[in-house]
Design a protein around this ligand. Sequence first.
Ligand SMILES: *Cc1c(COP(=O)(O)O)cnc(C)c1O
Length: 230
Amino acid sequence: MKKAIATPAPLPIGSAAERLNQVQTVLHRQADAGRHQHPKLIAISKNFNAQAIQPLIDAGHRRFGENRVQEAIAKWPSLLASTPGIELHLVGQLQSNKAAEAVAHFDAIHSLDRSSLVRALAKACATAGRQPMLLAQVKLDDEPQKGGVTIESLPGLLAEASALGLHVAGLMTVPPADKDPAPYFALLAKLARQHKLPECSMGMSGDYDLAARLGATFVRIGTALFGPRS
Ligand SMILES: *Cc1c(COP(=O)(O)O)cnc(C)c1O
C-alpha cells in the first residue's frame, strides 16, 4: 500500500542563529498570546552528527534532545567536553535495561510510561545518586503500538514513582500524526494542572506554535532547526 504523503516541514533557511531566532520569535509570540510562560526549546538532534549540531551550539543554544540512548552516547561526549552547560534530554522510548545508561547521560527523560521503567529508573537513580528530570509520557488516544501511559493509568504510575522516591516534574505527549493536535495539547496541559505538575512537553516542528499557545513549557523541535532527517 502506498504511504500517505505527509505535508513536508518547511526547509530551514538561514544560519543556525537565524533559525533559532525564528523559532524563538514564534514561541514567544504564541506563548504571550495564550498568556503562558515562554516554552524552553529543545533542539532534537537525532540522526544529525556532531558537525551538524555544532552551529547551534556556536549560536548559543544549550538544550538538546535525542531519541536513542546509544546514538546519544556515541555522539555527545566530545561535544559535551568542549562546551560546558549543555542540557541533554531523552525524548524517545526507553528500555528498562538501558535505564542506568540513561540516568548517567541525560539531564531529563521524557518517556516514563510504565511500571517496569519506574522501578528500573528508581534503582538506577539510587545507584547513581542522581535523578534526571522525569516526565511521564501520556498516550491521549488509542494507538496500540505507541509509547505512553493511558490517562486511566497515569495516577497509579505517578503514585508508584513517588513511592519509590522519584520526582516527576511533568507530562509529555506526541499527538497522533493525522489529527488536529490542539485538543491533545489542551488535554495534556489540563492533566498537568490537575496533577500539579509544572512541566508540559509538547509541540514539534509542525505544531510548536499551537503548543506554545496552549501552555507547553518544553517544545521538541528537530526539522525546523536542522532540516529534514535522512
Ligand atoms: C523526532 C522527535 C521530535 C522532533 O520532530 P520534528 O518534527 O523534526 O520537529 C520531537 N519529539 C519526539 C519524541 C521525537 O521523536
